[in-house]
Ligand binder design. Structure first.
Ligand code: FAD
Length: 463
């Protein structure tokens, strides 16, 4: 057994959601934590150039809110004080459509369910403010050129910061790569003599078009409006009521279908996927600023958990490991879960941090990634090869959602699972499947009876 790892200085690359969560956890275990961020960090909630997705609707899952609160106690109350909507057991505040079905959630839920609706810029700013206030954490605006690798010791020893006269080296006992989807870690591994991680991808071909709106009071009682895409309708939308009283309205298309380009095309999507009162309220909204666009071609999971060898002194987190189809709204929540893994492993004093973190991350990623893949490949019609069992599971799921339109127990079950509460697995237990099947059977019989030709009860022979 060697010495336990030194824990003097940890460096985090990137001060977005993953980097800030990692820094929070590291601050309990390292004497000093430095977060390097190349972007300018605004002093109040504001959009950031390096995080272009922050202009688009970001759903915070109920599970994510809980995980963020565990990392940053008091965060949720502070957000509510800043005007963020809190939906406490209020399913009537949510309009939820998925794969062409609208869940019947207009009733009191049987179990406690609390959701928060911050804008992405509000959430990131609240987390950054709290991280920056930690006495042993510094957030510094610098661009990290690359981590430095010591080939003899097979370990990362720090990072090189880009500087006008040449790179500047800063030592660290651990470097956390939270630089997002565009991470260069696979290339660095290659340079250092390690294998690149295998990549799992799904060619989702998503395009976003977002318009911020001011909608006259009283037109919409919901605070969250979601209408997912379906095989027959390759466009959807998400709309959130923000803390400043405005609405973020994101329309999206799947499978490389071009997104709406104008406000009237955005209105058209709303007309197609929403009930008339909601679509009409959107038409009455006053547009604020320009339409923002974003392309998200592929969901990507870098399988660090499958590598045989990995250097010491560095771990990747957040979108640098796995970036989920954004239309399902899971990325920030899954990032917060990874921070929970990091915390548990640092508490345990493991000497195999990278390996164990990759394994723990893979364990929580697998069910969510798989359900997304089933949704993409079977319900949205995304092209790609799929195991034989995706199609039957997708059909079962479609039937389940159909039953959840009018069965409140099924709707609640779906809403909790979709929010990543209870379990990350979407597989319904036998009792819930049985309920869906019975429900669909009786609906089918009722429909058949209603549409059966009426026989003349008293036929007159020869007439
Ligand atoms: C269009 C879209 C919509 C989304 N919607 C949702 C949603 O509804 N709900 C949800 O939960 N998630 C959503 N996500 C995902 C969510 O945005 C991410 O999961 C989340 O931001 C975590 O990302 P991250 O911190 O790993 O990386 P990022 O947010 O990409 O941040 C990486 C940071 O690293 C910095 N950086 C990079 N390289 C360097 C360097 N060399 N030196 C210094 N700094 C560096 C960047 O400037 C940036 O600040 C969405 C994503 C997209 C693209």
């Amino acid at each position: 057994m060697g010495q336990p790892p030194e824990r003097h200085h940890a460096i985090v690359i990137g001060a977005s959601i993953a980097g800030l969560c990692a820094a929070r956890v590291l601050s309990d275990h390292y004497e000093r934590v430095t977060v390097y961020e190349r972007d300018t960090l605004p002093p109040e909630p504001a959009h950031r150039g390096a995080v272009p997705q922050d202009r688009h609707v970001h759903i915070l899952m109920a599970r994510g809110a809980h995980e963020f609160e565990t990392l940053f106690p008091g965060l949720l109350d502070d957000m509510v004080a800043a005007g963020v909507a809190k939906l406490e057991n209020r399913p009537d505040c949510i309009h939820f459509g998925a794969a062409g079905h609208v869940l019947g959630t207009g009733h009191t839920l049987q179990r406690e369910f609390t959701a928060y609706v911050p804008s992405r810029k509000q959430l990131e700013w609240q987390i950054r403010r709290r991280t920056a206030a930690l006495p042993n954490v510094q957030i510094v605006q610098r661009d990290v050129n690359a981590p430095r690798f010591d080939g003899e010791r097979q370990t990362v020893t720090g990072v090189e910061l880009s500087a006008p006269g040449g790179n500047e080296f800063v030592t660290a006992d651990l470097v956390v790569d939270a630089s997002g989807r565009g991470t260069r870690l696979p290339s660095w591994l290659d340079e250092w003599g390690f294998a690149r991680p295998r990549e799992q991808t799904i060619d989702v071909g998503i395009c976003y078009a977002t318009q911020q709106l001011r909608i006259p009071n009283g037109l919409i009682t919901e605070k969250v409006v979601v209408a997912g895409a379906s095989r027959s309708q390759q466009a959807g939308l998400g709309m959130l009521f923000y803390e400043d009283g405005t609405w973020g309205l994101t329309t999206f298309t799947v499978n490389h279908v071009p997104p709406p380009q104008t406000l009237s095309e955005i209105h058209q999507v709303a007309d197609d996927v929403l009930p008339a009162p909601l679509a009409s309220a959107i038409r009455q909204g006053e547009p604020l600023g320009d339409i923002a666009f974003h392309r998200y071609p592929v969901s990507r999971w870098r399988r660090y958990d499958k590598l045989q060898r990995f250097p010491a002194g560095i771990v990747p987190v957040g979108d640098a490991v796995v970036s989920f189809n954004p239309t399902y709204g899971q990325g920030m929540t899954m990032t917060a879960l990874q921070a929970g893994h990091l915390r548990r492993l640092l508490d345990s004093g493991t000497r195999h941090l990278a390996y164990e973190l990759a394994r723990a991350t893979a364990k929580t990623t697998y069910p969510v990634w798989t359900m997304n893949a089933i949704g993409d490949l079977t319900l949205h019609g995304t092209e790609g090869s799929a195991p034989w069992w995706y199609q039957p599971v997708g059909s079962l799921f479609d039937q389940f959602l159909g039953a959840a339109e009018t069965d409140r127990v099924l709707a609640e079950w779906f809403l909790r699972r979709f929010s990543l509460l209870d379990s990350l697995y979407m597989v319904p237990p036998a009792s819930i499947i049985g309920r869906a099947v019975r429900h669909n059977m009786s609906s089918w019989w009722a429909q058949k009876r209603a549409t059966a030709p009426v026989l003349d009860p008293d036929p007159v022979p020869g007439r």
